[in-house]
Design a protein around this ligand. Structure first.
Ligand code: G3H
Ligand code: 13P
Ligand code: NA
Ligand code: ZN
Length: 328
């Protein structure tokens, strides 16, 4: 059944687990997520980005998620809009039937320009008023995703600040977070702790200086009732980088957010963990390997099946590590 994010995250907080929120663009991802959830008895958050809507079209994405609900009626599913850039964008998703929306007022309507605190409060509060009237949950974001080493946001295209960010934008301030939640009434709060979108998060395995789990603890201590959200939480599996590069890819050395650091965050109020890049890497590695090893194959279902299996294994591992398993 389709449920709101608030319902799911309240349950997660009560029982001390986190929920991976996987981005979805196509059938294979949707199937991987649902089969993994089914086999681990996990509740699901699937999220659609602006890029996904551009790729697949909003009606296709919507029906893909509704098809998942129909095929797996025993699994609770949150249909979430990722990184909305204005109240109007969120309103359209609410009209389409999304049960949760993110109003990312940390950036402007272009999804690139860092905005000030008052703008963020204004657009987020307006979105909450509209969404709550429809029983839809809202995720807000305070602080900008980006590298504590370089001050850069990472991703070249898609959602992410353009240009260099100030150090104080890269770590969410606990006092400001308390004020923001009170002023806006958000159901969940995305925070900045040194992660960024995409595969290029850290040039070496992160330390406390580049990934601040400490900051999560400080924010959670200040607002223990607020459900915290980690963006840019792919772990960038070294084994999939190796497969991609073995079969013709060229991805330079790079590191993600270790699963055990996310698990530490979940002990301190993190309830939603956004993962997109890991499924992309697994899918690409599996397809490259399949086609290299089966050069005479030309039925896309064959290599897409390999893609689905690889993504499903990542989903299962996250459901198990985050404690989501057994909570459907
Ligand atoms: O917000 C970042 C997600 O990874 C979505 O990426 O805009 O390329 O679909 P995308
Ligand atoms: P990754 O790029 O680390 O998978 O993050 C995805 C994300 O935060 C989507 O909002
Ligand atoms: Na989101
Ligand atoms: Zn994000």
């Amino acid at each position: 059944a389709l449920i709101s994010m608030r319902q799911l995250l309240d349950h997660a907080a009560e029982h001390g687990y986190g929920v991976p929120a996987f981005n979805v663009n196509n059938l294979e991802q949707m199937r991987a997520i649902m089969e993994a959830a089914d086999e681990t008895d996990s509740p699901v958050i699937v999220q659609a980005s602006a890029g996904a809507r551009k790729y697949a079209g909003a009606p296709f994405l919507r029906h893909l998620i509704l098809a998942a609900v129909e095929e797996f009626p025993h699994i609770p599913v949150v249909m979430h809009q990722d990184h909305g850039t204005s109240p109007a964008v969120c309103q359209r998703s609410i009209q389409l039937g999304f049960s949760s929306v993110m109003m990312d007022g940390s950036l402007g309507e272009d999804g690139k320009t860092p905005m000030d605190y008052d703008y963020n409060v204004d657009v987020t509060r307006r979105t909450v008023e509209m969404a709550h009237a429809c029983g839809v949950s809202v995720e807000g974001e305070l602080g900008c995703l980006g590298s504590l080493e370089t001050g850069m946001a990472g991703e070249e295209d898609g959602i992410g600040a353009e240009g260099k960010l100030d150090h104080d934008q890269l770590l969410t301030d606990p006092e400001e977070a308390a004020d923001f939640v009170k002023a806006t009434g958000v159901d969940a709060l995305a925070i900045a702790i040194g992660t960024s979108h995409g595969a290029y998060k850290f040039t070496k395995p992160p330390t406390g200086d580049t990934l601040s789990i400490q900051r999560i603890k400080e924010i959670h201590a200040r607002i223990p009732e607020t459900h915290l959200v980690m963006h840019g939480s792919s772990s960038v599996p070294q084994e999939w980088l190796a497969v991609i590069n073995e079969f013709g890819g060229a991805i330079p050395e790079t590191y993600g957010v270790p699963v055990e650091e996310i698990v530490e965050g979940i002990k301190h109020g993190v309830r939603k963990v956004n993962v997109d890049t890991d499924l992309r890497l697994a899918s690409t590695g599996a397809v490259r390997r399949f086609l290299a090893e089966n050069p005479a194959e030309f039925d896309p279902r064959k290599f897409l099946k390999a893609s689905t299996a690889a993504m499903k294994a990542i989903c299962k591992a996250r459901y198990e590590a985050f404690g989501t398993a057994g909570n459907a």
